[in-house]
Design a protein around this ligand. Structure first.
Ligand code: PA5
Length: 445
């Protein structure tokens, strides 16, 4: 169950929500009837039937095979083709999952930058270990991923020979087109599909996220069930459901000149969920010169860096705190110390979890006094089912918030601009025309 609390906001009344009623009614209609802008990309909405039974059974079988014959899975992908998988694995298994020695293969992520240093470091971690690859790209042509994959293909073929390298490589891509699909067919890689009607940032509950998560030992059945149940709860609720309330609140804040939303977690394991959320909301709403700028922070760490700004700086933001309701049963207890040299005996017998909760409440009130309000999204906690619920909550909130904002939440025209310049500078055939002009501009930098 995901809940949304905002009553602690200053100067926020029901009439502020009412002012968005017409837009919300329209947004809800678009979402339910799948007839708004970008409706071709609403495939994720009904994920109860997706991935279909046969594809999902294959994903699980493939994950079992990799778990049996590999010590390491390298996932090659960028943006929507890796953030969700990494977020799910790090939140549920901690960012230290590769060092835990809990019987699950290590999972590394490459192809999400042009860093040769990172690629070298991960290959050196693979020495003496059995390796498999999962290359993920919807378009099949994304340069960061394609460059890394070319180097990794050579590495795998040198290590295993072409046939076994192919058996150890899985491609997740478009069903019908793209360079990756052609290569996969030529080499005989096992393939999984990113459905046409699911954009990259909405793809974590397809093979894109499910295969790496299953290899890492995540209970993907529970993850999907959480999402399915969250969908039911939104679809069966009225317009005042918590997900829509969050979507409207975001738009109220923007209309009041709050241009930034800070997604706050008090759990460092949530860090990549924040990265995933930034792509989801940023690419969906940041267009037509509109949208909240999504940022994410981990408190209390970031209170010691950005806290000063949030408390006292330009009043440009509000906070959305994501809070796990279920306490961590293994949270360490502060011991009693006879000498009490550090003066901490007032905390003896208290868990770190309990301290964290007080830090959250204290910060919320302090930030409010400083003019930065905080809403709270409560969800179950660190289990796959609750995370599935939270993921779907954000998906639906993003779609409805984007429709209220009156943008197409499912396209990303602005992502292409840097690529054109980069291709021209790198001499990619077909991009020659802009090069001279770019070189002139670069000379003046
Ligand atoms: O949302 C987007 O379109 C991008 O961020 C993509 O997720 C990213 O560029 C990866 O694209 P692809 O899966 O086609 O390689």
């Amino acid at each position: 169950m995901v809940n949304f609390r905002y009553k602690q906001f200053e100067n926020l009344s029901e009439s502020d929500f009412k002012a968005f009623d017409d837009r919300l009614v329209q947004a809800d209609k678009y979402f339910r009837e799948k007839n708004g802008p970008g409706n071709d990309f609403l495939g994720w909405r009904d994920l109860g039937v997706r991935p279909d039974g046969e594809e999902y059974a294959r994903i699980k079988a493939c994950a079992e095979r990799i778990r049996a014959n590999s010590d390491v899975l390298i996932v090659v992908g960028i943006g929507g083709s890796y953030l969700g998988a990494r977020a799910v694995i790090e939140y549920l298994k901690t960012p230290y999952h590769n060092q835990l020695k809990d019987g699950n293969p290590e999972v590394y992520f490459l192809g999400n930058s042009f860093s040769g240093g990172e690629l070298n470091a991960i290959l050196s971690l693979c020495e003496g270990k059995r390796v498999s690859l999962n290359v993920i790209s919807k378009s099949g042509t994304t340069t960061e991923s394609a460059v890394a994959f070319r180097i990794l293909r050579e590495y795998m073929e040198k290590r295993y020979g072409r046939k076994e390298a192919a058996e150890r490589t899985v491609a997740t891509t478009d069903a019908n087109r793209g360079a990756l699909l052609s290569l996969a067919k030529q080499e005989g890689y096992e393939c999984f599909v990113i459905p046409d009607d699911v954009g990259g940032r909405f793809s974590v509950l397809t093979a894109v996220g499910l295969l790496p998560a299953a290899v890492a030992g995540v209970d993907t059945d529970a993850l999907l069930q959480g999402a399915i149940d969250q969908r039911e709860s939104i679809m069966n609720a009225g317009l005042d459901n918590p997900c829509y309330r969050y979507a409207v609140l975001r738009n109220i804040m923007l209309s009041r000149g709050k241009t930034n939303e800070l997604l706050v977690s008090y759990d460092p394991d949530f860090r990549f969920m924040g990265e995933w959320y930034k792509q989801l909301l940023g690419e969906s709403e940041g267009k037509d010169k509109k949208g909240l700028f999504p940022a994410s922070v981990t408190y209390s760490s970031d209170l010691h860096s950005l806290g000063q700004f949030v408390q006292d700086g330009s009043p440009i933001m509000f906070e959305t705190i994501v809070r796990a309701v279920n306490p961590d049963p293994k949270s360490p207890v502060i011991p009693f110390d006879e000498a009490n040299g550090d003066g901490l005996n007032f905390l003896a017998g208290v868990t770190m979890d309990e301290i964290n909760e007080k830090a959250m409440l204290g910060t919320l009130l302090a930030h409010r006094d400083g003019g930065t309000d905080s809403a709270i999204i409560d969800f179950g906690g660190k289990d796959a089912y609750s995370l599935g619920e939270l993921i779907y909550f954000f998906f639906a909130a993003c779609a409805v918030s984007g429709y209220i904002l009156q943008v197409n939440p499912f396209d990303q025209p602005g992502v292409e601009a840097y690529k054109k310049n980069m291709f021209a500078l790198l001499g990619k055939p077909g991009y020659e025309e802009g090069k001279a002009e770019l070189m002139e501009k670069i000379a003046s930098i």
